[in-house]
Design a binder for this molecule. Sequence first.
Ligand SMILES: [Zn+2]
Length: 58
Amino acid sequence: MHPTRKLYRIKYRPGGNWELACAVCQARLSEDNPHYVYGGTISGVPRRRRKPQTTPQN
Ligand SMILES: [Zn+2]
């Protein structure tokens, strides 16, 4: 994980769950990866809140 303000929601392992990655990791993990699934992005650095905001931006 690299410093970033935008996180990518992706799957990249067979049978894996959704995970968050920065743009750099996302690009690296998606490369040549048949298990890669793109699930949108999350803007802003996510912080713990009582009410998690997970509105994706397009
Ligand atoms: Zn990273």
